[in-house]
Design a protein around this ligand. Sequence first.
Ligand code: GDP
Ligand code: MG
Length: 162
Amino acid sequence: SKPTVAIVGRPNVGKSTIFNRIVGSRAAIVEDMPGVTRDRLYGNGTWLNYEFHVIDTGGIEISDEPLLTEMRAQAEIAMDESDVILFLVDGKTGLTDADEQVADLLRRSKKPVVLGVNKIDNYTRRNEIYEFYSLGLGDPQGVSGAHGTGLGDLLDKVVANF
Ligand code: GDP
Ligand code: MG
């Protein structure tokens, strides 16, 4: 059966945007407001000769819980249900405590983790990826969900773990 990739990350880092790019449909709802209910959680992706399932864990709603509780739940689902975890962070906002806490959980799991730094929209932002080396999850891959740049390199790293 096909491998499963789970996308994990704080609200608003761009999980749904990247999910839509991978799944190749604009059907998923992307909203500016965190906490807005999303209608699509599961999709199918292809890259090179690989086919895989994709889960947008941000669409899994755990209402009225603190951010860390919600993110811990996302990470648990990803660790249980996926073969590769795509951990997405926000290069515009920079590294946050919540990123570090989730990285701790993910590092302790046996699942391979690919670290994507989203919102690297242009050349002037390219250096924003470096602070994420401190998460201890390997080389951060810059990507722009808005423009699609870096997505191929990110997916190369994902499928290399199948
Ligand atoms: P999610 O909460 O992690 O699913 O994030 P969304 O995909 O809903 O995106 C949150 C916000 O970030 C939206 O306003 C998106 O348009 C914006 N966004 C997503 N990807 C990018 C990107 O690559 N660059 C920029 N500048 N904004 C982005
Ligand atoms: Mg989302």
